[in-house]
Design a protein around this ligand. Structure first.
Ligand code: SF4
Ligand code: SF4
Length: 485
């Protein structure tokens, strides 16, 4: 929009007024895929916290749980402890590479089908149709002056938005605590204030982003389309209008009079009418296209009605578009997926996945960390011996109490005792029962004979009766006499 300046000339405004999108309902192959993906995403999101998984009486029975209070992440049979955070980091890296892989193989499929913003916007647009009718009815209602009927419709629609938004925010908190217990506490008003705040924030953001901002999030706010466009190449699948086939466009009537002068596009604008971001794909590839392929469904239907071959708008690569233009057959989509770049992503993704699986299979359920007292580093006892103090953390990562043995390795002549016993009981091994699924802190004193030199030694932790269940930690023993290097 041009605006007058003080000098009387005009300048282009950087602000484009938002034009609401009233996309038409469409049925077709890609719409049905979108229905299936939407249903899958919503079911997974809402149902997952309610799935149960029996881990015995010492651990929660929620199948997927991020237990911040006890610093655990549960996922079905897997329990991740804080010191194993590399598993979560690995999963996040896999998710990132997975996005690269999907983009390289099938373009912006994530944006078009599975992104939460897409899924919730799609859901809200169906609510629009349910309450206000399809495109034309919604446009009429939008232009109509405010009156009782319009206010009533708006209130009903926004109430449904609010219920969906509340269910969205509400479901999120159930991933962080036992869902049935939290639900009961939530409605009783006794849940943690953080739960209410989280639900309030997520309800508000879902309501605003899905109900009102919609395609503006994709076009202006989300950085992913910008990043993604740098990952697309001439072999990436994008939704393409085949202008060499469609242009020059003309209405059916006009084209019937001079069929040789016109292309296949009958300028019906159905592809624009169904587009959830309101763009015209005939203007070429653009950042606003989330590649949901609804325009393909719309145009295929139009082509069928006018008796022309389908695919005037279709998934195609830039390379294909050029080849098709000069009469070559398009490349089979399977070939586009199995190409070196995609295979490199797939290899990296699968490599990390296998590494994580291997680590999961090889992990033991016994863990030891040791921190040494630094101040003072040692104490000279009255008999001339030297004492160092350590805090050990014995982790029993199984759902049953276990007898565990701590043993000294190295440091000749040294003995140890725990602060819950006495020096008279000192020896080179200590046995304790570590409760199920717990960390057992133990303060240990190690005493070595006079004239022992400063040196490293090892604490071994073993689960009794389980030969493979052990862990070790190397630590320093400080004395007044350090060994000469
Ligand atoms: S739906 Fe197909 S025929 Fe109609 S305007 Fe779009 S490209 Fe042209
Ligand atoms: S142009 Fe087509 S593929 Fe792109 S967002 Fe619109 S309907 Fe979806």
């Amino acid at each position: 929009m041009d605006q007058p300046t003080t000098s009387g000339s005009t300048r282009a405004s950087l602000y484009a007024r938002h034009e609401p999108v009233f996309n038409r309902r469409i049925d077709g192959k890609f719409r049905r895929i979108k229905w299936a993906v939407m249903a899958l995403c919503l079911i997974v999101y809402w149902v997952t916290p309610w799935l149960r998984w029996d881990r015995g009486s010492y651990a929660p029975d929620q199948a997927v749980l991020i237990d911040l209070a006890h610093r655990r992440f549960y996922m079905f049979g897997i329990e991740i402890w804080p010191h194993e955070f590399y598993f979560v980091a690995g999963l996040l890296i896999m998710a990132g590479i997975g996005l690269f892989l999907v983009t390289s193989a099938v373009g912006r499929a994530w944006c078009g089908y599975a992104c939460p913003q897409t899924v919730w916007t799609d859901l809200f647009q169906h609510v629009d149709r349910l309450i206000d009718g399809d495109r034309n009815a919604r446009m009429r209602l939008h232009k109509a002056p405010w009156g009782p009927a319009k206010i009533a419709r708006r209130l009903v629609k926004w109430s449904i938005y609010l219920v969906i938004s509340f269910a969205t925010g509400g479901a999120w908190i159930f991933y962080f605590a036992d869902a049935p217990t939290l639900q009961h506490a939530f409605w009783a008003g006794t849940a943690d204030p953080v739960a209410y705040a989280t639900v309030a924030v997520l309800t508000a953001t879902t309501f605003v982003l899905g109900g009102f901002l919609r395609e503006q999030v994709c076009i202006y706010m989300c950085p992913w389309p910008r990043i993604q466009t740098t990952m697309l190449d001439e072999k990436s699948l994008i939704v393409t209008y085949k202008d060499w086939r469609g242009e020059p466009r003309a209405s059916v009537k006009k084209a019937q009079k001079a069929p040789d002068l016109y292309g296949d596009c009958i300028d019906c604008a159905q592809c624009v009418a169904v587009c959830p971001t309101g763009i015209d794909i005939r203007e070429g590839a653009q950042v606003g296209c989330i590649t949901c392929a609804l325009c393909i469904d719309a145009c295929d239907r139009v082509m069928k009605e006018v008796g022309r071959p389908r695919g005037l708008i279709d998934y195609a690569t830039l390379e294909d578009a050029e080849a098709e233009q000069v009469g070559h057959a398009p490349t089979r989509h399977r070939k586009l997926i199995w190409r070196p770049r995609t295979l490199v992503y797939l290899g990296a993704w699968a490599g990390i996945g296998f590494a994580l699986l291997f680590l999961l299979g090889a992990r033991v359920h016994t863990d030891l960390t040791v921190s040494k007292d630094r101040n003072p580093p040692y104490i000279l006892l009255s008999d001339g011996s030297v004492r160092n103090a350590y805090t050990l953390r014995l982790r029993n990562m199984q759902g049953r109490p276990r007898r565990m043995e701590i043993a000294l390795d190295g440091l000749a002549g040294a003995e140890m005792w725990a602060d819950d016993s006495r020096r008279a009981a000192a020896g080179r091994r200590i046995v304790r029962t570590v409760p199920a699924d717990a960390t057992y802190p133990l303060r240990i004193y190690v005493v070595a004979p006079q004239a022992t030199l400063g040196q490293d030694f090892v604490f071994h932790l073993r689960a009794l009766g389980e030969p493979d269940e052990m862990d070790s930690a190397e630590v320093r023993f400080d004395t007044p006499q350090e060994a000469t290097p």
